[in-house]
Structure formats: C-alpha cells, structure tokens
Design a protein around this ligand. Structure first.
Ligand code: F6R
Length: 241
C-alpha cells in the first residue's frame, strides 16, 4: 500500500488525475472503474481540463461504475448515471456505449447483479479502480457487516450512509434505501486501485481501514491486501494516523 499525502482537496485531485491520466496514456483502451460522490469530482474536473488541452484521449476507454441507487435512473439528478454524465462523460470524448453503470430500475435484482458481473468479466477485468471511502469505511456500497460479499449485489444502505448522503437530496426521505454495488472481489481483482480521501470526516475511516485489522466491519480494510493500492489523501483525512 502506498500513501500519497496531498496538501488539500485540489492537490489530492490533481495527484489522482495524474495517475488516471498515466493509465489512459499507457493503455488507451483501458478499463476504468469509476466512483461518484464528492471525493472524485475534482479528479474528474482535472481530467476534463487536460482533455480540453488535448493531452488525454478517452475515445477508446471503457468504464464500469461502482454502484447505483435502486429505483433511480438517468432522469433523476441524484442517480449515479446522471452524476457521471454531468461530471465527466458529457465533457470528454468517451463513447457512451463504452460506459457502464448498474441499472437502478431493473426490477429483477438478481438478474441485474449477474448482468453487471458478466460485463466486468467480458471487459477482461478492471485496469484501474477509483474509489472513495464512506465515513463508516464502506467502499462502493459494500457496507460494514459480518462478511465480505464477493460479487455485485443489492444492499440495504446503513443509516449512517443515508445520513452522509442526504446532503445531495432535497429531503431525507428521498434518499434511496437500497443500492446495487460491485462486490469486494470485483474491486480486489482490479490491477490497480486508487482511493481519494479528503477532509476530517474521513480521518477515522482512513485510520480504521488502513491502520487497523482487516475486517468486514470496515470494508475498506480489505485493500491492505491489494497488490497495487494507492491512497491519495489530504492532510485532514490523514490527521488521525
Ligand atoms: C460512490 C461510492 C461511495 C463513495 C463514498 C464517499 O460511487 O461508491 O463509496 O465513494 O460514500 O462519498 P463522498 O465522496 O461523497 O464522501
């Protein structure tokens, strides 16, 4: 595990964008695993800036997103498919048919999870997985529990996750209670994993995940066992280690 200490959110975002940019330059048809939330927004902004300067070409890149709320589709501004288009896909030359997000409105959860794991397999796995971390230590929406769940699954969001994410919704009752998420094995099989973490409210999760035991009670802790994991975190997120 490598830790890149960044001064602040902007510095963290540039460092992470540099790693992703190198990946795309080295392998133009790479498979990027992508995340949503406030942590990677700056990274996407930086990548868009470099794309506009002509420094990165996304035309052959394929993507798989980590997760999606159950019940939301592109017409809902809080859906993760909307987020990805709004914050990244619509601003670079990525081919939308090469992008994948779990379908939140598929009523057949088992079929959706199987479909998504099949997509990851067909793509040949993930070259670089970008992650954030929840204040409770979740990665994707793999919530703390008694065991690690391997593949894509439907998950009941923890109350702490609903509380953390209500800032994006008008009313707390609008926050979906369920999500589809890639599983721990999907993430662990990525060739390289890069996590961005910023702010004091992530400091405890960072300490528990990377300076404590590997346990499903802190899902991010499994990354201690990943062969090529880099944490890019700012001073505030590293303040408890
Ligand atoms: C998002 C995701 C989540 C977030 C985490 C942190 O696709 O999978 O695990 O990375 O909840 O969210 P932010 O960055 O909003 O603090």
């Amino acid at each position: 595990m490598k830790i890149i200490r960044a001064r602040d959110y902007d510095h963290m975002s540039r460092q992470a964008a540099n790693i992703i940019s190198a990946q795309v330059i080295l392998k133009p048809d790479c498979v990027l695993g992508l995340a949503t939330g406030s942590s990677p927004i700056g990274t996407y902004k930086q990548l868009i800036e470099w794309y506009n300067k002509g420094d990165i070409d996304f035309s052959r890149v394929r993507t798989v997103n980590l997760d999606e709320y159950v019940g939301l589709d592109y017409s809902n501004e809080q859906s993760y498919i909307y987020f990805m288009r709004n914050n990244f896909f619509d601003h670079v030359n990525i081919d939308l048919t090469n992008t994948n997000v779990p379908c939140g409105t598929n009523p057949d959860a088992a079929a959706e999870c199987a479909r998504y794991d099949y997509i990851i397999k067909e793509l040949g796995g993930i070259d670089l997985q970008l992650l954030g971390i929840g204040p409770n230590g979740h990665i994707g929406f793999n919530e703390p529990g008694d065991s690690f769940i391997k593949g894509t699954h439907k998950v009941a969001l923890h109350e702490s996750t609903i509380q953390a994410n209500k800032r994006f919704f008008e009313r707390e009752e609008d926050v979906p209670k369920f999500a589809f998420t890639m599983g721990i094995v999907d993430i662990m099989q990525a060739e390289r994993v890069v996590m961005v973490a910023s702010g004091e409210n992530k400091a405890e999760a960072v300490r528990n995940a990377f300076f404590g035991p590997v346990t499903p009670r802190v899902p991010g802790s499994i990354l201690q066992l990943h062969k090529n994991f880099t944490l890019v975190a700012d001073e505030a997120a590293l303040s408890k280690i």
